[in-house]
Write a protein that binds this ligand. Structure first.
Ligand SMILES: Cc1ncc(C[n+]2csc(CCOP(=O)(O)OP(=O)(O)O)c2C)c(N)n1
Length: 323
């Protein structure tokens, strides 16, 4: 906590609160039938995306998952086009053709949310190899879930990243479930980070509800990658408040679990931590809460007032044109 300035702490809080407010609002909009397609919400996992991305610049890359809104916001993707993308509007980040599961913004280094579980690993090796060949110090973060950790693609990607000493940090967001399957059922390892040993790379498990724990572990791994020392695996253990997707009845959540989630809330924990140490004031945090609400309301208005793509735009940007 000590090395972060007051402005940085406020920015971090703002980013986590923006993600939470975005997700809570999207949940309501989906229930109202305003958003087409599937929506998977990130609320509860804010400390992971923000803890990691607060070390990155626009020149660094991230690969994301089907649960990608938090990654986008933490990497600096603009909120208005994001919301418009969820609505399928022409002002969306991908002109309304990607939707929630395919938001991308290459200028911000956000290489795309991804409906293919485990699909981000090979992409991260690609951008990692690009940085290595070009001799830049760009780092790629590969966010993936505990369920994705069982996919062959992730094992191949971690092995390749180590063999080629790529500047990639694999960040496993272990929220306890792959759809409704508990991690203890689908995973043979005690901790997913134990698998790092098999790839001869550093591996850590941290509390994914604790911003500072994530920030510290990710900072070490990112510094190693930037200095040419190769990949690492950081497992962040946490939870998601919402179901796997909006509409999930969550029969696998018990009342005790949900009560426990609330006690471990990453934003509440961060807020209490900085207030207890007198690093910021309550009024400053409350102001950010109000601003976040306004930003999201503005984004909803922007999205609702935007047009759907024209029919003749249907096939543009969908396939790569070969000359
Ligand atoms: C290759 C592939 N297999 C299966 C699915 C169906 N599917 C979508 S999300 C999901 C679970 C993913 O769990 P996890 O990686 O832990 O991410 P979380 O949803 O917990 O964030 C599955 C099996 C898919 N989209 N892609």
């Amino acid at each position: 906590m000590a090395e972060l300035s007051k402005d940085e702490l406020l920015e971090i809080y703002e980013c986590m609160q923006l993600i939470r407010t975005f997700e809570d609002r999207v949940s309501g909009l989906f229930a109202e039938g305003k958003l087409p397609g599937f929506v998977h919400l990130y609320a509860g996992e804010e400390a992971i995306a923000v803890g990691v991305c607060s070390h990155l610049t626009d020149d660094d890359f991230i690969t994301s998952t089907h649960r990608g809104h938090g990654h986008c916001i933490a990497k600096g993707v603009e909120i208005n086009p994001m919301m418009a993308e969820l609505y399928g509007k022409e002002t969306g980040s991908c002109k309304g053709k990607g939707g929630s599961m395919h938001i991308a913004d290459v200028d911000k280094g956000m290489m795309g949310a991804n409906g293919i579980v485990g699909g981000g690993g090979p992409l991260a090796c690609g951008s990692g190899l690009t940085a290595k060949v070009k001799g830049t110090d760009q780092v790629t973060i590969c966010f993936f879930g505990d369920g994705a950790s069982e996919q062959g693609t992730m094992h191949e990607a971690m092995n390749l990243a180590k063999i080629w000493k790529l500047p990639v940090v694999f960040v496993c967001e272990n929220n306890g479930f792959a759809e409704s399957t508990p991690v203890g059922y689908h995973c043979s390892a005690k901790d997913i980070s134990d698998r790092a040993t098999a790839y001869n790379m550093p591996g850590f498990t941290v509390d994914g509800t604790d911003f500072f724990a994530v920030h510290e572990a990710a900072g070490e791994a990112i510094a190693r990658a930037r200095q040419g020392e190769g990949p690492s695996l950081v497992e962040c253990k946490g939870f998601r408040y919402y179901g796997h997707f909006e509409g999930d009845a969550k029969a696998y959540y018990t009342e005790e679990m949900v009560a426990d989630f609330k006690k471990r809330d990453p934003i509440g924990k961060f807020r209490q931590g900085v207030l207890d140490r007198n690093l910021v004031s309550e009024a400053e945090l409350d102001k950010i809460d109000a601003q976040a609400k306004q930003t999201i309301e503005d984004a909803v208005k922007f999205a609702e007032e935007s047009a759907y793509p024209a029919l003749e735009e249907c096939l543009t940007d969908v396939y790569v044109a070969y000359a």
